[in-house]
Structures are given as structure tokens and as C-alpha cells.
Design a binder for this molecule. Structure first.
Ligand code: SF4
Length: 282
């Protein structure tokens, strides 16, 4: 019997929330990867705090809640402790691009083999509508009733500059593409980021704007750093510009855990190492 992966937990997301698309496309991606040989018991989901984080309650996969802004360090520890696991980290735009920004840049710099999915709704939804690092200039919310005077960060540009080896952008109304991006990111050996334009139906519903601006990356070589650099800068999360969706960049480079745990290219007895560490601690 096919495992369904959806738990019985009561879903508390608002009607129309983009989180539903991410949940169901991740479910479909994992089911398809499972048919290709990925064992569910070798997948670990990690979430930060925010509306997005509830996703790990709704998917029937091993999971761990981190504190706000810290899902990437937790995911990093899990991966380094057991490099055979596929670690998928869900984070919000406040979670990943504000409190957790240094962790994001350093995990990209290290090329640790984890996947980070950012639910980028460009607003703090759980705390009722404050601006985040990717809110556009002039955004009016609870903490900026007259409009924010800051320009947003461009997270894809930051991660590309930091050394990330898989960088993509999806949109919650492009379901099939979203699923394929999730599969590519999970399969990728090295650090992968999928920034998902996920509309908050309650505090920042910009479906109409995205529908008019998004287009699929075609005639683009994701192996070219210079092409990726040009494309990630085309839309700066602020200007009224075309918004590309798809894979901007992909490179095959040694991962952090390969260099850390197998410096000579051989194997290590991880269980024996952990046993020795524990025996010294007790
Ligand atoms: S507040 Fe926004 S992000 Fe949170 S569940 Fe509601 S629609 Fe989704």
C-alpha cells in the first residue's frame, strides 16, 4: 500500500494560504523519490518557527522543530552526525533571512548537503503582519503603518555569492514546477536552496502581481555562474521587473561533510566514534 504521508493533525493554516501548495508538492516529491529508491526513514524534516513550521506536523516523516531562526544549525548537526540522511529544512523568510541569515550564508559557503526550502511570503504571518527582509519598500504592516523605508534583500543573490551550489525559485501557483524543483534540490549533492514565493492570503496577498510578472527560465544554462548572476539580479524583490522561476544555478562541488568526515577519501566508523565521545562524557 502506498504511504500517504499526510498526518491526522488538524490543519490551522488560513484558507488560501500558499503553505498548502508547499506541503502537498513536497508530499508528491517525496512519494516520487521514494519510488526511485529514497527510503522515508532516511529523510528528516526540520522546521523553524512561523506558520510554515506547522508543515512538519502535517507530513508523516521524521521531523524536528528548531527555535526561531535556527533550523539550519539543527539540520547541519543532523547531517554531520549521519551523512546518509536527506535533511530538508523548512524556514520562513523572517526565520531564514533575518534571524537565521548568517546560518544560511555559512551553510552555503560550506556546501553542506542539505536542502533549505524558504516559504517566502514576505511578511510575518504568524505574528499578524510585520515586514520582513524581503518585504518591498513601502510595505504597510503592523510595525510599519506608514510603509517601510528599507529596500528588501535579494536572498538568491546573497546565497549565490556565498557559494550555494543549487539555487532555484518556485511559486505556489506553479505546482508541477514546484514539485520538480523540490525533487532536484533533494537529489542535488551539496547545499540547495529553493526560495518559494508563497502568498500569505491574510496579510499580504499579491497573487495578482505575481501572476502578471512570473515567467519560466528557458534558454538558460544553470551551469553558468555568470548567467545565474545576471538572472538572480533581474528582479531584486522590489523593482517592477520580470520574475524568473526555475533553477538559476547548479554546480557539482565537494560537500562539507565529505571534506570533514572523509578527508582522505576513505570511510569512517561513525558509530564507533560516537561511542568513544559518549564514553568520555559519562
Ligand atoms: S497568516 Fe498567512 S502565512 Fe500564516 S497561515 Fe494565514 S495565510 Fe498562511
Amino acid at each position: 500500500m502506498t504511504r500517504q504521508l499526510i498526518t491526522a493533525a488538524e490543519n490551522t493554516w488560513c484558507p488560501g494560504c500558499g503553505n498548502f501548495s508547499i506541503q502537498h508538492m513536497m508530499k508528491s516529491a517525496l512519494l516520487e523519490l521514494n519510488r526511485e529508491g529514497l527510503a522515508f526513514e532516511n529523510v528528516v524534516l526540520v522546521a523553524g518557527i512561523g506558520c510554515h513550521g506547522k508543515l512538519v506536523d502535517y507530513l508523516d516523516i521524521n521531523s524536528f522543530y528548531a527555535i526561531h531562526g535556527r533550523p539550519i544549525p539543527v539540520a547541519s548537526g543532523i547531517k554531520i552526525a549521519n551523512p546518509d540522511l536527506h535533511v530538508i529544512c523548512f524556514s520562513g523568510d523572517g526565520d531564514a533571512y533575518a534571524e537565521g541569515l548568517d546560518h544560511l550564508l555559512f551553510v552555503a559557503k560550506r556546501n553542506l548537503d542539505i536542502t533549505v526550502i524558504v516559504h517566502n511570503n514576505r511578511v510575518y504571518g504568524l505574528t499578524t503582519g510585520q515586514y520582513t527582509p524581503t518585504s518591498p519598500e513601502g510595505f504597510k504592516g503592523r510595525s510599519t503603518p506608514r510603509g517601510t523605508i528599507e529596500k528588501p534583500l535579494n536572498p538568491l543573490e546573497l546565497v549565490l555569492a556565498s557559494g550555494g551550489t543549487y539555487i532555484a525559485r518556485g511559486y505556489t501557483k506553479k505546482l508541477q514546477q514546484l514539485k520538480e524543483l523540490f525533487k532536484q534540490a533533494i537529489r542535488h549533492r551539496g547545499f540547495s536552496l529553493v526560495d518559494v514565493l508563497q502568498v500569505c492570503a491574510t496579510y499580504y496577498d499579491i497573487h495578482d502581481y505575481y501572476d502578471r510578472h512570473v515567467y519560466d527560465l528557458t534558454d538558460h544554462d544553470p551551469g553558468s555562474y555568470s548567467q545565474a548572476w545576471q538572472k538572480v539580479r533581474e528582479w531584486d524583490y522590489n523593482a517592477d521587473a520580470p520574475i524568473a522561476l526555475g533553477t538559476f544555478y547548479q554546480a557539482a562541488l565537494p560537500t562539507f561533510e565529505e571534506r570533514l568526515l572523509r578527508p582522505g577519501g576513505g570511510t569512517i566508523d561513525r558509530v564507533e566514534k560516537i561511542r568513544r565521545i559518549l564514553s568520555r562524557a559519562v
